[in-house]
Write a protein that binds this ligand. Sequence first.
Ligand SMILES: *[C@@H]1O[C@H](CO)[C@@H](O)[C@H](O)[C@H]1NC(C)=O
Ligand SMILES: *[C@@H]1O[C@H](CO)[C@@H](O)[C@H](O)[C@H]1NC(C)=O
Ligand SMILES: *[C@@H]1O[C@H](CO)[C@@H](O)[C@H](O)[C@H]1NC(C)=O
Length: 624
Amino acid sequence: MTPASTRRLLAYCLPFLALSLFLSTELAYVNYRISGANRQSQIDTTDLNAHRTTNYFPWESISPTDELIWTDCYSNQQCARLKVPLDYSRPDGASAAIALIRTPSAVPHDSPRYRGPVLINPGGPGGSGVDTVVAAGPLLSTIIGPEFDIIGFDPRGASKPFPLHFTRIQTSEPTTTNAGVARSTPRISFFATRAERQLWSVEGASIASVNSSADALARGWARGIVLGQRAGREDDESLRFMTTDHTARDMLRIMQAHGREKLQYWGFSYGSILGATFAAMFPQHVGRLVIDGVMDAEDYYATKWSKNLFDADKTWMSFIDGCVAAGPTACALYAPTAAEILAKVDKIYASLRARPIPVHTETASGLIDWTTVRSVIFASLYSPYAFFSTGARILADLYQGNGTSLFEILQQQPAFQCACDPAEYQFERLPEALFGLLCNDGARISPEYEDVVTHYERLRETSSWADVWAFLRMPCLDWPDFPKNHFQGPFVANTSFPLLLVGNTLDPVTPLWAAKKMSEGFTGSVVLAQDSPGHCSIASVSLCTFKYIRQYFLDGILPEPGTVCPVDIPLFPPTPSTDPGFADAVEDQAQVRFVDALSAADRNLFEAAKELVELSPIRFPRGI
Ligand SMILES: *[C@@H]1O[C@H](CO)[C@@H](O)[C@H](O)[C@H]1NC(C)=O
Ligand SMILES: *[C@@H]1O[C@H](CO)[C@@H](O)[C@H](O)[C@H]1NC(C)=O
Ligand SMILES: *[C@@H]1O[C@H](CO)[C@@H](O)[C@H](O)[C@H]1NC(C)=O
C-alpha cells in the first residue's frame, strides 16, 4: 500500500477504532482520533464493508486452550485465547482466558534470524493490548524489527478506556462495530446492564474535575464509596484475582506457551508497573524489557497517585511557549507573550464558568462547559504533537465564544446504544476494570472524607492539574476487603538482562524523575530520555529513541547512561492543515527536506513513528 492510501485507510478506520484504540495512560480515557467530519464523508460503502471485515473478529469462535493455537484474524494477524489459572495458588482450580493477537515476524520462525515474541502493554491499567496491536502492530514491528512477532494481549479483567459522557442528543444513526470487545475473561463489572453503567457515568463526567462545582470533591468521594461497594456486590469471586501480580504470571505463561523462558516486552505508562513487577518477581526470566513512561511503583502500590504530576505544569507551559515561538500562522491562539496567551485561556475558563456554550451541529446538540475544556486541555498534554495545533484552534474558537470545533471532535465517539441482545456485548470491555486493577493492587486507603480533602490539598502542592487527577483513587475508598497477599515490591533485582527505561523530559503524568528512581533498583538498567513533551516516547517521533529501542531488542545494546534523544517533528507544524487532527496533511518544507535526506530504512522508521503519533489518541479524564 502506498503511504497515501495507508493514511487514507487509517483516517477512516480511526473513528471506528476510537473506542478501543490505544494507549498508555494510567487514567482511563476515551480515545478520540481527531478527524474532521469531512473525512468520514469520504467513506463509500465498499470501504466501510472492507473496514468491518478487517476490524471484526468473532472472539467467541475461539475456545481457550492450554496451548497456543493461532487463528487468522483482522488483517494479516493471528489470534488465540490462552487458558491460565484464575488463581495461581490453585493451578488446578478455575481458569481464566487471555486473549492474544500477533503481528507475525517477517522472518520465518525456523530462520536463525527469528527472534521471538515481544509482548506489548499499552497501559491503563486494563488497557487492551489486542486493540493496540490491531491498530498499530505493523508500526511497532517496523520500529522493533521484522525479526520479532509483536504480541498484544488483553490483561485479565481488561477494561476499555472510559467514554467521555457529556450532554448530547444523538440524532443520526449510530454506527455499530465490535470495537470495544474484550476477549479476556472473566472481566470486572460493577453494573448489571449497559444502561445502568451509562446512567451512572453521566454525572461522573460532570465532576471530572473536583473543582467543577463547590461540591464536586464531596460528590466524588461519595460516588467513590458507592463504586467500591458496588464492586463487592457484583463480585462473582473472581475480582480478587485481577492484579498486576497475576498478570505478570500470565505473561510468563504466554512466553512459556511460545516455548521460551525469557520475556521480551515493551510496556507503556501503567505497563511500566507491569514490567517492573514482572522483573522484580521473575528476575531470571528477563530477556529484553523496555518500560516507557515510567510510574513510581511505590506510589502506585500505596494507592496514592501523588507523584504523577511533577512535570504537568511544565508540559502545559510547553504549549504556551511553543505557541509564542510558532507564530500566528502555526498557532491559532498566538499572542506575542506567554502571559497574554495565559490571559486568553483564563478568559475562556472564566467565560465558560459563567455561561457554558450551547452547540448544535447537523447530527447532535449539546454544550461545552468549563469541565470539558479543563479535561480536554489536560488530555492534550498527553499527545502534544498530535493535538497542540488543533487544540490551539479550538481554544481560539472558544475565545471567540464558538464551541463548535471542540464539540465536533468530542462527537466522534460512537453514541451509546442499549443492547437488544445482551449476548452482543458479552465480551465488551468495561471501564470499571481500571479501578478493579488499581484498587486491588494498591494498599487500603482511609475512607474518611477529611483524609480525601487532605490528600487533594497535598496533590495540589505538586501541580495545578490536581483537580483532574484527584478522583482516580476514590473507588478504592471502600473497596472489598480482599487479602493483600500479592507482590507489591520491593522493586529491586539483578535481572538476567538489564532493563531499558524510557522517559520524556516533559511527561504530564509520568515524570522522568520516576524512571530514574525505578532504574536505581534494577542492576545495570539505563534510562533513555527523550527531549519532548507528551506521554511516552511514541507521543513524538525520534529516530534516535527508536533506534536505541531497536538496538536494545535486536543486539542487546543499551544506550550510554545520560543519553538524551532529540525529536524530529515540530510541536506546531508551520503550516497546519485546516482539517483537525491532520496537522501533517500540508507537509512543511523543512520536514520534507529532513525526510528526503534520510536513508530508505530511516524513512520507513520515521513514517511508522509518525503514524503512531497520529494514532495516539487524546485521552479525556472523565471522573468516576
Ligand atoms: C480549584 O479550587 C481551589 C480551591 O478553591 C483553587 O485554589 C484552585 O485554583 C482551583 N483550580 C482550578 C484549576 O480552578
Ligand atoms: C464556529 O466555528 C465553526 C468552525 O469551527 C464555523 O464553521 C462556524 O461558522 C462558527 N460559528 C460562528 C457563529 O461563528
Ligand atoms: C545483586 O547482586 C549483588 C552482587 O552479587 C548483591 O550484592 C545484591 O544483593 C543483589 N541484589 C539483589 C536485589 O538481589
